[in-house]
Design a protein around this ligand. Structure first.
Ligand code: HEC
Length: 280
């Protein structure tokens, strides 16, 4: 599990890309030092699905996001030699970014600490891109929250490490699976049956305006989900709905006459759809 997580993180997060123009990154709270002494160092970080125009803390399973951070070192540390560190806590495990850009498990011991950017001359602002346009879910990271911490040290303050006490939190939602009945609806019911054969009467103001079934046409936003919900509600909640929806279009007790013959593929598809809705 640990090796798998390491491999996945390295794969997902590999590569340092120079940050594009973006809004000011949010500041991370509680800048701290391991000695407990106060610090004027500042840490920033943000995750964005719109290339840095806005930042959020939670993202969809397959949403491509950028994660950018920045360390502003204490002014007395500018132009001194130091190290920059990046840590990611994922499902209770600590990963540290190493010089290659890969992430390795870190056991939280100082001797095993590795710098992401070792032995560099510290600048007043140190931007660090964590990922660029990566969708975490498909890469194996989902239904979880990543906590990203930043740190640095300087030869001007031997033995001291400055770090963001509060992490940048990035939640990746779990995969939303489409209900099988919705998939059937979109694939086999929406265009050939509802839009082609029913909606002409079954809409507000249509011949069937007084019936319990009104659909919206394909020019309306989200028409498929709207009509799917209408049908599911009819099948599940209207008395005899699950049989009426199949008998009426065969012409039984239907002012609209015969719209589907029992042997037609459309009728079989409608039957399969109804069965699926009842099964879910
Ligand atoms: C030519 C017009 C017309 C068409 C096309 C039409 N219907 Fe109807 N339908 C009606 C009318 C009018 C009613 C209400 C009066 C009635 O029950 O006959 C109705 C009622 C229904 C009802 C009962 C609704 C309730 O209130 O419980 C169902 C179910 C139904 N239709 C299914 C369909 C299906 C499925 C299609 C497409 C395959 C379809 N209809 C196409 C005119 C139509």
């Amino acid at each position: 599990m640990k090796n798998l997580q390491t491999a996945v993180l390295s794969l997902v997060l590999a590569g340092l890309v120079s940050p594009a123009a973006m809004a000011q990154l949010p500041e991370l709270g509680s800048p701290s030092s391991i000695s407990g002494a106060p610090t004027t160092a500042r840490f920033f970080g943000g995750a964005s699905a719109d290339n840095g125009s806005s930042f959020a803390s939670s993202f969809g399973y397959d949403q491509a996001i950028d994660v950018d951070t920045e360390i502003q070192v204490e002014s007395s540390h500018v132009n001194t030699m130091g190290n920059l560190y990046v840590f990611i806590v994922w499902d209770g495990l600590y990963f540290q970014r190493v010089e290659s850009g890969d992430y390795e498990i870190w056991d939280l011991s100082l001797p095993n600490l590795q710098a992401a950017f070792p032995a560099k001359t510290l600048q007043a602002s140190e931007p660090i891109n964590i990922v660029n346009d990566v969708a975490f879910g498909p890469a194996g990271v989902s239904d979880t929250t990543l906590a990203i911490f930043l740190a640095y040290d300087s030869m001007a303050a031997p033995g001291e490490i400055f770090y963001s006490g509060a992490p940048l939190s990035v939640a990746i939602e779990s995969e939303q699976t489409t209900a099988a009945s919705l998939q059937l609806y979109v694939d086999t019911i929406s265009s050939p049956i509802i839009q082609a054969k029913c909606i002409i009467c079954h809409q507000v103001g249509g011949v069937a305006t007084d019936s319990a079934l009104h659909y919206v046409n394909s020019g309306v936003a989200n028409f498929q989900t709207t009509n799917y919900n209408t049908l599911v509600n009819y099948i599940k909640n209207v008395p005899n709905g699950s049989s009426e929806i199949l008998s009426r279009p065969q012409g039984m007790n239907h002012t609209g006459g015969v719209q589907l013959t029992p042997s037609s593929q459309d009728f079989l598809n409608l039957q399969a759809f109804v069965n699926q809705v009842l099964a879910e």
